[in-house]
Design a protein around this ligand. Structure first.
Ligand SMILES: [Zn+2]
Ligand SMILES: [Zn+2]
Length: 326
C-alpha cells in the first residue's frame, strides 16, 4: 500500500471512529423486532399464583469459571462495601447456562452458556476483545454444544437477560432459527465500550434471526419497570429491571420445586445480593440498577420460598429446615 493510500485509509478510519465516538456505538448492528410472545401482566397478578407449584423443570449448569474486577461487579463506593473493607481485586465468578423444560412449550434457555470452540479458530471472539476482557482466563466446564447434544430436542428459544458478551458467548452453538428474546432497546444501547465489542457481539449473533424484544407494559408495580406473562399461562414471567443495561430482564418461573428468580446481571454476586449493593462499573445506570435490585429483593422477601439464581455467583444453600419436630 502506498503512503498516500495509507493516509487516505487512516484518515477515513479516523473519521469513522470519531463519528462512532460522538454518537456512541450500539451493542450490535444485528436486527431487532418486537417479540411475538408475552401478555402484559403485573407483579400483583404474578404474585397471586407464584407460590403454587408449577410445571417447569429448571436445570442450572456451570458453563465456565472466570474472574473479573470486583469494581465492575459491585459498587465499591457503597457505604456497606466500604464498611466491609472491600477493595478492587479479581473476583472468581461463573458463567451459567439455565434451562427451563416446559411440558408443552419445550426447552427454553436463559442466556446461552459458552460456545464449544471459544478458544479455538471457530471462536466468535476477536483477539483484541479476548485479551482486553481477560477471556484467556475463562475455564470452560460444560460448553453449550455438549449440553445440547444431551437433550432430546433442540431448544424452542433463548431468553437473554441482556446482550453483554458473557451472556451471548454460547449463541454460535445454538441452532440458527431458534428464536432469541431480550429486553427493549438492548441491541441499540450505545456506549463507548461497544466500539470494541460490537464486532464480536455481531459474530456471536451471526446467522441468527433478529432478536425479539419484549414489549413491556409501562409499569409492573413496586419498582419493576414492566412485567410480561411470557406464555400467557402463568408459568414464566419476564421482568424489566433496567440499570445494568437499558433492557436488562429478570425471569421468574413456577417450577416443580417452587418459584425461581433469575436475576441476570441486576445482581452479579452473592455478597451484593445479601447486602443490597448494586453492580459497579459494568452498569450503564447505577442509580436505576440499585432501584431494580431493591425491587427484586423485596419480591423475594414477600415470597421467602423463592430460589434465587444470580448473574454470576451461587448463593450459599439455605439452612436445612428442622422437619423432625412435628
Ligand atoms: Zn452484564
Ligand atoms: Zn454478565
Amino acid at each position: 500500500m502506498t503512503h498516500a493510500n495509507y493516509s487516505l485509509l487512516s484518515s477515513s478510519i479516523y473519521a469513522a471512529a470519531s463519528a462512532l465516538l460522538l454518537a456512541g456505538c450500539a451493542v450490535t448492528s444485528h436486527g431487532a423486532q418486537p417479540a411475538p410472545l408475552g401478555t402484559p401482566s403485573s407483579l400483583a397478578a404474578m404474585e397471586s399464583t407464584l407460590d403454587e407449584p408449577g410445571p417447569i423443570v429448571v436445570e442450572t449448569v456451570t458453563a465456565a469459571h472466570w474472574q473479573v474486577p470486583l469494581s465492575g461487579l459491585l459498587n465499591l463506593d457503597d457505604p456497606k462495601a466500604r464498611a466491609a473493607g472491600l477493595e478492587d481485586r479479581d473476583e472468581p465468578i461463573q458463567i451459567f447456562l439455565h434451562s427451563l423444560h416446559h411440558p408443552s412449550r419445550g426447552v427454553y434457555l436463559i442466556d446461552s452458556g459458552v460456545q464449544a470452540d471459544i478458544h479455538g479458530e471457530g471462536s466468535a471472539l476477536g483477539w483484541l476483545v479476548a485479551s482486553v476482557a481477560g477471556l484467556d482466563e475463562l475455564k470452560v466446564q460444560l460448553d453449550t454444544r455438549s449440553w445440547l447434544q444431551r437433550q432430546s430436542a433442540p431448544p424452542s428459544g433463548v431468553l437473554l437477560t441482556h446482550l453483554h458478551l458473557d451472556h451471548v458467548m454460547g449463541l454460535p452453538d445454538i441452532p440458527k432459527g431458534t428464536p432469541l428474546y431480550s429486553g427493549p432497546g438492548e441491541a441499540a444501547q450505545t456506549s463507548f465500550e461497544n466500539l470494541f465489542v460490537q464486532g464480536t457481539t455481531d459474530r456471536e449473533l451471526e446467522g441468527h434471526a433478529a432478536v425479539s424484544e419484549w414489549q413491556f407494559p409501562a409499569s409492573g408495580g413496586e419498582g419493576i419497570a414492566g412485567v410480561l406473562d411470557v406464555f400467557g399461562d402463568g408459568t414464566l414471567w419476564a421482568l424489566h429491571v433496567p440499570g445494568h443495561t437499558a433492557g436488562s430482564t429478570a425471569y421468574v418461573v413456577r417450577s416443580t420445586e417452587g418459584p425461581v428468580l433469575f436475576t441476570g446481571d441486576a445482581c452479579h454476586t452473592a455478597w451484593g445480593w445479601q447486602n443490597e449493593v448494586e453492580p459497579g462499573s459494568f452498569s450503564s445506570d447505577r442509580a436505576r440498577s440499585k432501584q431494580s435490585l431493591l425491587a427484586l429483593r423485596e419480591l423475594v422477601q414477600r415470597h421467602p420460598g423463592m430460589a434465587v439464581r444470580l448473574g454470576h455467583q451461587s448463593l450459599p444453600p439455605a439452612p436445612a429446615l428442622n422437619v423432625a419436630a412435628r
